[in-house]
Write a protein that binds this ligand. Structure first.
Ligand SMILES: NC(=O)C1=CN([C@@H]2O[C@H](COP(=O)(O)OP(=O)(O)OC[C@H]3O[C@@H](n4cnc5c(N)ncnc54)[C@H](O)[C@@H]3O)[C@@H](O)[C@H]2O)C=CC1
Ligand SMILES: O=C(O)CCC(=O)C(=O)O
Length: 527
């Protein structure tokens, strides 16, 4: 498919004329064509108008049709074939196996949401039948179901050009909820975005849906992204990126005459807790696995293990020695954009320059735009005294914090900000300490895991990829897994509506065959 450098506004392909966006081939540093036109405010207005017009007919579709649409997007992405992978490799610098895996995850995610839509459980139907004889007052007939919020703005992430971008988890869950999507392409992978956008556009057409169900805009600066969040027709925002970007969009959304939710996944340093028994039993082994997780994908994951906590002693020293050796051996890796590479280099330099921070090891030198892994250490006293030591460094850098004792480990945990994940390494002897840490960890993170690291998020029903601020803007939800749909829904209660006016999902005869909560009890449909 020839790339045109055009945005997609409903069924149309439109060349924006507000500046240009060009991709960089991250392995050569050269610009790759075509040049993409940045959209204008009037393009944005048109995309939002179409999304608003599509909302009612799209949400009214039978669930089966919505599910088939999600599956059609998945197939259209697969039909792009190797062209998608090649373009994506060029724009992102990410290797083929990673991107093939990510495509599988993207397609799997869309198919998972198709199942979620068919199942209908996300409607969360509750029926409390009327109790006309109840004393002292009768109870009215109450019926609840979730409805979609309205058009959603999705900001593609730079670090997952497929699974968190144009047709990634935010888009899949918003479409599954019944919300049209206006996506804002990330300028790091404009060609990949156009290819995937065209796949979604084709699925819209093939399924006979209103064209405004999906649009894709390009922004040569920040005006289109900001305008999108401010547009009164947009009712929610999905974002993965920097803390600064997420906070800016949250500010715009909150300042609207009608504020809207922004689901921003921002910064996280994902503490790894090395408990004494585990350090004594297998410190060096954990260190090697840790460096593997640290350097995976040049460390460009929001789940990257950026902080290691342990109690000082022989065990922690054995871990550090083995981790140092593995980092020294780690090859440099191409980063996503020149900007991200530069931010990584300056982040590492700043960290190394802090009082009381020791550079333990740096990975091998690389070529242009290749980040070198970095391992640093400090004491808990220093960590507690310098808040800046908690700043996310996006890339393969991690800070080991030597704690004096259990009490100081707990103080450090109290001091850290909200996180996506915490990883515990333990043996049975560590269970009493782990049991004491768990309530505190629950308050700090969205996912607690044992024996591994946070990278490699499973797309599943029980997954939480979220956490307290600043890891996300709203720790009550997740951006990965089927629960992500709940971000784009809100409950409506129907009180004493005549049967003929009730939505199908709420009718007594249960024509959709939904599992519903009847008078508080789960009722499965009779076949
Ligand atoms: N924690 C995480 O998961 C990630 C963190 N990052 C951090 O972000 C840095 C920059 O990477 P990017 O991916 O470009 O993130 P970014 O936050 O700068 O941009 C993400 C998206 O939001 C838009 N955006 C950002 N600020 C905006 C504003 N003020 N107004 C309107 N639109 C705005 C951008 O155009 C882009 O589409 C990295 O060096 C890293 O520090 C990046 C990716 C993921
Ligand atoms: O590690 C993963 O699979 C997902 C990480 C993520 O969501 C991110 O880096 O933005």
């Amino acid at each position: 498919m020839e790339l045109l450098g055009e945005s997609l506004i409903g069924a149309h392909s439109v060349r924006g004329d507000a500046g240009e966006i060009t991709a960089t081939d991250m392995t050569t540093g050269k610009v790759v064509g075509p040049h993409f036109g940045g959209n204008t405010k009037s393009d944005l207005d048109r995309a939002c108008g179409l999304a608003e017009a599509a909302f009612e007919p799209y949400r009214a579709l039978p669930l089966e049709k919505r599910a088939v649409f999600l599956e059609a997007i998945a197939q259209a992405i697969l039909d792009l074939g190797d062209e998608l992978i090649q373009r994506c490799m060029q724009e992102s610098g990410l290797p083929r196996p990673r991107l093939e895996g990510e495509r599988g995850r993207t397609v799997g995610q869309l198919r998972l949401f198709a199942q979620v839509v068919r199942d209908g459980g996300f409607l969360d139907v509750r029926i409390d039948p009327a109790l006309p004889e109840r004393k002292p007052l009768p109870r009215p007939d109450l019926r609840l179901r979730n409805i979609p919020l309205g058009p959603v703005a999705v900001f593609g992430a730079s670090n997952f050009p497929l699974a968190f971008s144009v047709a990634g988890g935010d888009t899949a869950s918003a479409l599954a909820a019944g919300c049209p999507v206006v996506a804002k392409a990330h300028s790091a992978h404009p060609g990949t975005s156009e290819l995937v956008g065209r796949a979604v556009q084709k699925a819209v057409k093939d399924c006979g849906l209103p064209e405004g169900v999906f649009s894709l805009l390009y922004d040569s600066g920040t005006a289109i992204g900001q305008g999108l969040v401010a547009d009164p027709r947009i009712k929610a925002v999905g974002f993965t990126g920097s803390r600064r970007g997420g906070l800016a969009l949250m500010g715009i959304a909150a300042a609207r005459p009608e504020p809207i939710p922004v689901y921003a996944e921002m910064s996280s340093i994902n503490p790894v807790l090395l408990l004494p028994g585990a350090l004594a039993a297998r410190g060096a082994e954990i260190a090697r696995a840790f460096v593997g997780a640290l350097t995976l994908g040049a460390g460009q994951f929001c789940t990257n293990p950026g902080l290691v906590l342990g109690i000082d002693g022989e065990g922690l020293q054995a871990f550090i020695d083995a981790a140092k050796a593995a980092v020294l051996d780690a090859p440099a890796a191409t980063m996503l954009t020149p900007g991200i590479f530069n931010a990584y280099c300056s982040g590492v330099e700043t960290l190394a320059g802090h009082a009381g921070v020791e550079t333990l090891a740096r990975g091998k030198e690389g070529t242009q735009f290749q980040g070198r892994a970095g391992l640093f250490a400090t004491t808990a006293d220093q960590f507690l005294a310098q808040h800046a030591l908690q700043d996310e460094i996006f890339g393969a850098s991690s800070l080991v914090v030597r704690c004096r004792d259990e009490a100081q480990l707990i103080s450090v945990l109290h001091a850290i900000e909200g996180q996506l994940t915490a990883a515990l390494h333990l043996t049975e002897a560590d269970h009493p300490l782990a049991r004491r840490l768990l309530p505190l960890l629950e308050r700090k993170v969205g996912r607690i895991l044992v024996g591994g690291f946070g990278t490699g998020v499973e797309v599943a029903h029980a997954m939480v990829h979220g956490g307290p601020f600043p890891s996300t803007s709203d720790g009550r939800t997740t951006s990965v897994g089927s629960l992500a749909i709940s971000r784009f829904l809100r409950p409506v209660c129907y009180q004493d509506l005549p049967a003929g006016l009730l939505p199908e999902a709420l009718r007594d005869e249960n024509p959709l065959g939904l599992t519903r909560r009847m008078d508080g009890k789960v009722a499965t449909p009779t076949a």
